[in-house]
Design a protein around this ligand. Structure first.
Ligand code: AMP
Length: 116
């Protein structure tokens, strides 16, 4: 699947509907279609990055923006008190199913450590 055709690119182009939570010039955030927690938001860069493996020093700002966006959304949604977890699955064995960098923001239930 080419980078132009991946699912999240289609979501950002509006070709596949999504429940948008936040958007700016760098990132797009939307509700996960199969939530793994009461709050489950995906935060993705608009830049064509397949995943953490593709990041270089040139991507430091956008990589940081994913975390800053997670922090902002957690505050806006009142997730701080109950805690939340941020996850970036990288590679098939780690559970990555969509080849576009994405950060999962999960909250609203207890999480185990280490993750299964
Ligand atoms: P990962 O398994 O880390 O690659 O995460 C991909 C995520 O995308 C999964 O949690 C899926 O539930 C989610 N997902 C798949 N299709 C859609 C969609 N159309 N809208 C929103 N989330 C989706």
């Amino acid at each position: 699947m080419s980078q132009n055709d991946n699912l999240f690119k289609k979501i950002m182009r509006g070709e596949i509907p999504s429940a948008k939570v936040y958007e700016d010039e760098d990132v797009y955030a939307f509700k996960d279609i199969a939530p793994a927690a009461p709050t489950h938001i995906l935060i993705i860069p608009k830049a064509p990055l397949d995943g953490l493996n593709e990041l270089t020093d040139a991507d430091a700002l956008i990589a940081g923006k994913l975390l800053v966006t997670a922090s902002k959304l957690a505050k806006e949604l009142g997730l701080e008190a109950g805690g939340y977890r941020c996850v970036i699955n990288t590679g098939e064995a780690a559970g990555q199913t969509v080849p576009h960098l994405h950060l999962h923001l999960l909250s609203g239930r207890d999480f185990r450590w280490p993750p299964g």
